[in-house]
Design a protein around this ligand. Structure first.
Ligand SMILES: Cc1cc2nc3c(=O)[nH]c(=O)nc-3n(C[C@H](O)[C@H](O)[C@H](O)COP(=O)(O)OP(=O)(O)OC[C@H]3O[C@@H](n4cnc5c(N)ncnc54)[C@H](O)[C@@H]3O)c2cc1C
Length: 512
């Protein structure tokens, strides 16, 4: 039996796990080296005193992409995950008292929208139809494929599609052609924040988000989002992938053409035929590779926002808080300027509250509540003054006030048993996210498709990338696509490269 080709994956985020599993399925002997004690990266969980918090993602979107991942590994998603559809998807609270329940129930949407603006329901139907077109064309022509050179990206066939997808138009400007009421414009663009983007900068293409949420559904795996990570790790291990935790890599050793080994903090080195960087791509260039010029270029790119998170274990139930709740501050445009230009907390912060126990009793002890609050905020910026203590205090106060005034949770403060806070510095330290940007590199026009950092290093031909800051981008299903595209590229290129001379080595510490 000839030796199998070997792969080292740096990081056990969802991108690392899925790439590892796909490579193993295709005959590679794969080892994943993860800095932290558990897999999942940003899609991790905290369990304390019977309360279970998902720390990052809470919206399970685009189930067909997940299904395809499981199928490509020889599995059926329904054998691993018990998915429940959340509908209404979320309740949106405006600061003037208006509330909207976004739902796939068309009758309910019609009543709610026409109460706000006479023509809004027609606008909504047209908007969702456009979002559907954007979703299908994007996945088929841009997001779901590799671009090996600039001519493939700006090909005569693709150029008209960029216009069809309104890639050069801003999302907020575009939504104005469907709705006049400022609150409705906000209700159908704030979802950009789930990708860490401002609707004033994001391409109008992103109306695809509202389409996927309402048409394809917002889902929840029973047991929490982490159940999806556990399922994928289980499948990967079944395929022979070896996971090594508490294994932070401190250096990638290279020669002129390729990576030769990775070195852990404790000095152990691992060699391999190919390497896949799943840790945040700008961090890999900056901290692990010798390439200063490339690292500087990446540092100057646009980054998504960060978040202040409150994870509260509460000894009382608040049934009036829905599974997903969005509270929009009044100064919509100004708030994005504060977050994306001044890298700070808006004067009137918007926020999101997740109460998983509404759907899944196992998320909290009987009669109690597990609350997750996400407050968007600017990323770390050495050039501006950022008083995180003061911002966290102000964010907390805003949340308490609105939950008390608008949801009747007046005694919430007294019922909080414990609080865990994440802020940009925690995102940076725990997961090595450049600038503490919670969602990685931004997705403006010059940072998507072929223009986004590619999923293979230009010089080191055996170093690949899979994850939120490479092509196609952030969000769990999109990172699953990244794992698929990176694997396709590896299989195509490595087979060609080693057709005659392949001399695989075994993955093992060379100086343990
Ligand atoms: C607050 C928040 C809310 C979100 N909400 C949603 C949502 O509702 N739905 C959705 O689809 N997406 C959501 N996202 C986005 C989603 O979480 C990410 O796009 C996705 O998890 C990124 O996965 P990844 O594999 O690219 O990276 P990561 O999850 O960052 O994984 C990279 C891994 O590399 C490891 N690593 C780093 N450095 C090293 C090193 N030197 N050595 C070894 N290992 C290393 C890290 O510890 C980490 O485990 C959210 C993100 C956040 C932060």
């Amino acid at each position: 039996m000839p030796n199998k080709p070997t792969a080292i994956v740096i990081g056990a985020g969802i991108g690392g796990i899925a790439t590892a599993a796909r490579l193993a399925k295709n005959g590679y002997e794969v080892t994943v080296l993860e800095k932290n004690e558990t897999p999942g990266g940003r899609c991790n969980q905290i369990i304390r005193d019977g309360h279970r918090f998902d720390i990052g993602p809470t919206l399970f979107l685009m189930p067909e992409i997940w299904e395809e991942t499981f199928a490509s590994l020889g599995e059926k998603m329904s054998d691993h995950l018990d998915l429940r559809r959340i509908d209404p998807t979320y309740k949106v609270h405006f600061d003037d008292g208006l509330q909207l329940e976004l739902t796939s129930n068309i009758g309910s949407m019609q009543t709610q929208l026409e109460n706000v603006e006479k023509t809004a329901f027609t606008g909504f139907l047209n908007y969702i139809a456009e979002g559907g077109k954007h979703y299908k064309v994007s996945v088929e022509k841009f997001v779901g494929r590799n671009f090996y050179n600039i001519f493939e990206y700006f090909s005569p066939a693709n150029l008209p599609l960029l216009f069809k997808l309104k890639a050069l138009k801003k999302h907020f400007a575009n939504v104005g052609t469907f709705f006049k009421d400022e609150r409705l414009k906000a209700a159908f663009t704030f979802q950009n924040m789930y990708l860490g983007l401002s609707p004033y900068d994001a391409p109008a293409t992103y109306s695809l988000l509202q389409y996927t949420e309402l048409a394809e559904g917002v889902w929840y795996p029973m047991g929490g989002m982490y159940a999806a990570i556990q399922a994928l790790v289980h499948v990967a291990e079944k395929l022979g992938v070896k996971f090594i935790y508490n294994a932070p890599i401190r250096r990638i050793h290279v020669n002129a053409k390729k990576v030769v080994a990775v070195e852990l903090e404790d000095g152990r080195q691992f060699n391999s035929d190919i390497f896949v960087g799943n840790a945040d791509l700008p961090y890999i260039y900056k901290e692990l590779l010798p390439d200063r010029a490339e690292a500087k270029k990446l540092e100057d790119k646009l980054y998504t926002c960060s978040t202040i998170m409150f994870y509260w274990g509460v000894d009382k139930e608040y049934k009036q808080i829905a599974h997903h709740n969005v509270f929009l501050g009044g100064e919509y445009k100004a708030s994005f300027e504060k977050i994306f230009n001044e890298h700070t907390l808006p004067e009137v912060p918007s926020f999101y509250v997740h109460a998983p126990a509404r759907t899944d009793k196992s998320a909290a002890p009987e009669g109690q509540e597990t609350l997750y609050v996400l407050v968007p905020v600017g990323h770390l910026d050495a050039r501006s003054e950022q008083d995180w203590g003061a911002m966290i205090k102000r964010a907390r106060k805003t949340v308490f006030n609105r939950l008390a005034n608008e949801m009747g949770a007046t005694d919430l403060k007294e019922h909080i048993k414990f609080e865990i806070v994440y802020q940009p510095k925690v995102w940076k330290e725990r997961f090595n996210l450049e600038k503490g940007s919670a969602f990685g590199l931004s997705h403006n026009f010059t940072q998507v498709g072929y223009l986004r950092p590619q999923n293979r290093h230009k010089q080191y031909k055996n170093l690949y990338f899979a994850g939120a800051s490479t092509h196609p981008g952030t969000g769990l299903p999109i990172v699953l696509l990244s794992a698929k595209l990176t694997t396709q590229r590896i299989l195509k290129e490595q087979a060609k490269l080693h057709a005659k001379t392949f001399q695989p080595s075994n993955v093992q510490p060379v100086n343990a």
